[in-house]
Write a protein that binds this ligand. Structure first.
Ligand code: ZN
Length: 231
């Protein structure tokens, strides 16, 4: 007896089988084959479940995070991109910390970069008791603020390895969660990938000395941290 594969039963359950294959499958089922009956029953259940689940829309934040986990293939990205010079305009660690300000910045870092016509707003929020962090950002064009900033590819790279990848929403906003590691670079690809903005990502460590959560820049070099008292 010739059985049929699960791929054929999936199509059959979804109603995508054309004739004469459909008649062949029905005839085979009519012989009472238990293996194929079981395969079809499973596919029927799966189809019903998927249809039921598909009617619930996933929250946008969940979709964004899922997209960041699964790299998106972009075969049309040029191999060579021109790197736009960047300038760090604002760094929350360089701002003299007043007693009132301190608590609001305790859990993260915020910075603003200028790169050509564009501004890149970044916020890094480390997860407590974890080496993971989230980077939340917005890319905008400060000379032509009306410029469309949707669907701009953004990724986190460690050397040639892409750690996380996403695209901006219609406001130029993006968010990625990632495992913190040394030498991470955030890349924003403009003009279909012809130009890129590349900025180094600070590695943040939430440590719990002195009885409260303090944030340190995780650097092994022992360099003095500007704007923060050095113990
Ligand atoms: Zn069979």
């Amino acid at each position: 007896m010739k059985h049929h594969g699960v791929a054929q039963w999936v199509d059959f359950a979804r109603g995508f089988t054309s004739e004469p294959e459909g008649s062949m499958l029905r005839e085979h089922l009519a012989t009472g084959c238990p293996e194929c009956r079981e395969a079809l029953d499973f596919c029927d259940k799966l189809v019903r479940l998927c249809l039921a689940v598909a009617s619930n829309r996933a929250p946008e934040a969940v979709v964004r995070n899922a997209r960041a986990i699964f790299p998106i293939r972009r075969p049309d990205r040029p191999e060579r991109t021109i790197r736009i010079p960047i300038e760090l305009i604002y760094d929350s660690f360089l701002v003299p910390a007043s007693a009132g300000m301190r608590s609001s910045w305790q859990l993260g870092w915020q910075g603003l970069y200028r790169a050509g016509d564009c501004s890149l707003d970044l916020r890094i929020e480390p997860e407590l008791q974890s080496s993971r962090a989230a980077v939340i950002g917005q890319i905008s064009n400060h000379t032509l603020p009306e410029t469309e900033m949707a669907n701009i590819p953004i990724c986190l790279r460690s050397g040639s390895l892409v750690v996380a990848e996403t695209v901006s929403n219609r406001f130029g906003e993006f968010q990625m969660e990632y495992e913190q590691q040394g030498r991470l670079q955030l890349c924003v690809y403009l003009d279909g990938g012809a130009r890129r903005i590349q900025v180094p990502l600070k590695k943040l460590v939430a440590d719990k000395h002195a009885g409260r959560d303090r944030l340190n820049i995780g650097m092994a070099s022992g360099k003095k941290r500007p704007g923060v008292d050095n113990r």
